[in-house]
Design a protein around this ligand. Structure first.
Ligand code: DAH
Length: 337
């Protein structure tokens, strides 16, 4: 019996299979009810000498055969796989995803300001009244505090979705060391009905620079640098006086129309200019209410809508497209960023 076991061991070592028929033969020969293994186990019942040794060898043989069988099975399914793989077929095209235009523009804007030493700081989307309104010098009766303009989560004390990124200015002034030279990108919410020109969710990027001797000339130079870097050297710029509760004086910045280069078209409504942002010198009340001494420090701030800049860059005139996530729209944007 010991000799037989040794013989089968050798046979199994040299056994190889090519087809599923070979596999079946292997199973029938060794593993089936009438196979060699079960006849060995039958004979084993009559063994009297060296029963322990032979029993051990028999169990090892059984283990080997079953392992071999599993191995052959895997081998066969792999080779069948290969067999079905048609190398003459054209390759499957993997489509590479693209970044959302808002992400591309957000990053490009940040890159321009980072060249001037601005760092990125972010604040929460759910805010309190102080950071969104009171700390920014909004009077109590200001219309933005109305339910019609703002999504409130709780009343008294007011918890709301921020309507602009300006509250992050207040947070930076509270926590960061001076001088502050930062940009604050983020998502903002307004209670507007959705149309091509308005949406209840959009993105803004805010800038803040506070130091000793910061002047309106610094504000102008910083924004001129941004516009020329972003829209090109030839772009003309126009500052118009404006009003915001948190800046004094305040201005709005227009750039020469990216479509008609200023000669007049229906995008710029034949004015030759498009408004891109609001800005101004930080109101001394805002500095003082964040415990920054407005007699020593001055600053400027600005804020722009990212979708608006993207619309000018890509000439897209329906805001809704940015939020529908239609693959046909999104796949138009390719970026190295
Ligand atoms: N927060 C303003 C808005 O949402 C934009 C803005 C205007 C931001 C002037 C500023 C600024 O920082 O100085 O309309």
């Amino acid at each position: 019996m010991i000799d037989l076991i040794a013989k089968y061991n050798r046979e199994i070592d040299s056994f190889s299979i090519q087809t599923s028929e070979d596999l079946l033969n292997f199973r029938n020969k060794y593993l089936s009810k009438k196979g060699l293994l079960s006849s060995l186990f039958n004979d084993f019942k009559n063994v009297t000498n060296d029963k322990q040794l032979i029993g051990k060898q028999l169990n090892e043989l059984k283990k080997k055969i079953t392992e071999r069988y599993e191995f052959f099975k895997c081998q066969l399914s792999e080779s069948e796989h290969e067999f079905h793989f048609d190398l003459t077929l054209p390759p499957v095209q993997y489509s590479v995803g693209s970044r959302h235009p808002v992400s591309i523009v957000r990053k490009e804007i940040i890159q321009v300001f980072s060249r001037l030493g601005f760092t990125v700081y972010e604040g929460p989307e759910i805010e309190d009244d102080w950071h969104v309104f009171s700390g920014l010098n909004f009077p109590p009766e200001h219309p933005a505090r109305d339910m019609q303009d703002t999504f409130f989560i709780e009343k008294d004390p007011d918890i709301l979705l921020r309507t602009h990124t300006s509250p992050v200015q207040v947070r930076a002034m509270e926590t960061e060391k001076l001088p502050i030279r930062m940009v604050f990108p983020g998502r903002v919410f307004r209670n507007e009905s959705i149309s091509a020109r308005a949406h209840c969710i959009f993105h803004q990027i805010e800038g803040l620079y506070i130091d000793k001797n910061v002047s309106f000339a610094d504000l102008k130079q910083t924004l001129i640098f941004f516009v020329r870097e972003f829209f090109g050297d030839q772009t003309n710029i126009r500052f118009r006086p404006s009003f915001f509760p948190f800046t004094e004086p305040s201005a709005e910045l227009d750039v020469s129309c990216t479509i008609c280069n200023g000669s007049g078209c229906n995008v710029c409504k034949y004015t030759g200019y498009l408004e891109i942002l609001g800005c101004g010198m930080v109101d001394p009340n805002v500095l003082d209410s964040s415990s920054i001494d407005s007699k020593i420090y001055t600053g400027f701030a600005f804020g722009m809508g990212i979708e608006r800049i993207a619309m000018l860059k890509y000439q897209i005139n329906d805001l809704r497209l940015y939020f529908e996530n239609d693959i046909r729209f999104l796949s138009r944007f390719k970026s190295a960023l």
